[in-house]
Write a protein that binds this ligand. Structure first.
Ligand code: RTP
Ligand code: MG
Length: 156
């Protein structure tokens, strides 16, 4: 396994509602990439919460369909950590459209578990800035939820 010492990074991963039943296989694939799940929770997002999470897409034509999709059932949000975690996770999830994913690399999560351009199974932060914002969205650093959060003192 990769050492956590090299270019350690954190990112926010989300298993979208249609792939929550694939959580076990997804966790195995995260482990096999040498990444560590350092925080996790299952939550049913309200429409307002989903709109806040996806605020960068509010003027896109697919915004309402995206909100319908991500509020259709619970999601699993995870903070994952490791060397180059943002890029490693984006590579593991694959391209936005699962049919592109299947033609490029059938091993990616969207190739395996995605249905269409909207229902694409998983999310990953696309930059350090979004990783920070999205991790704070699901796992606020202040407030009572912190008491319930597993602390990996050797990693943080
Ligand atoms: P994500 O943010 O979920 O990791 O995905 P992404 O960067 O690959 O894609 P992005 O452009 O950020 O779009 C966010 C999510 O919106 C849905 N979408 N639907 N119907 C459509 O044309 C369309 N385009 C995007 C997908 O669920 C996408 O992951
Ligand atoms: Mg995105």
């Amino acid at each position: 396994a990769r050492s956590l010492g090299d270019k350690k990074e954190k990112t926010l991963a989300m298993i979208k509602p249609d792939a929550v039943d694939k959580m076990g296989m997804i966790l195995d694939m995260i482990s096999h990439k040498g990444l560590l799940v350092t925080k996790a929770k299952m939550v049913l997002l309200s429409r307002a919460e989903a709109a806040q999470f996806y605020i960068e897409h509010q003027s896109k034509p697919f915004f309402n369909g995206l909100l319908d999709y991500v509020t259709s059932g619970p999601v699993v949000a995870m903070e994952i950590m490791g060397g180059n975690a943002i890029g490693v996770w984006r590579e593991l999830i694959g391209p936005t459209n699962p049919s592109d994913a299947r033609s490029q690399n059938s091993q990616s999560l969207r190739a395996k578990f995605g249905t269409d351009n909207t229902r694409n199974a998983v999310h990953g932060s696309d930059s350090k800035e979004s990783a920070t914002r999205e991790t704070e969205f699901f796992f606020p650093s202040a407030g009572p939820s912190r008491a319930n959060t597993a602390q990996f003192t050797n990693c943080t």
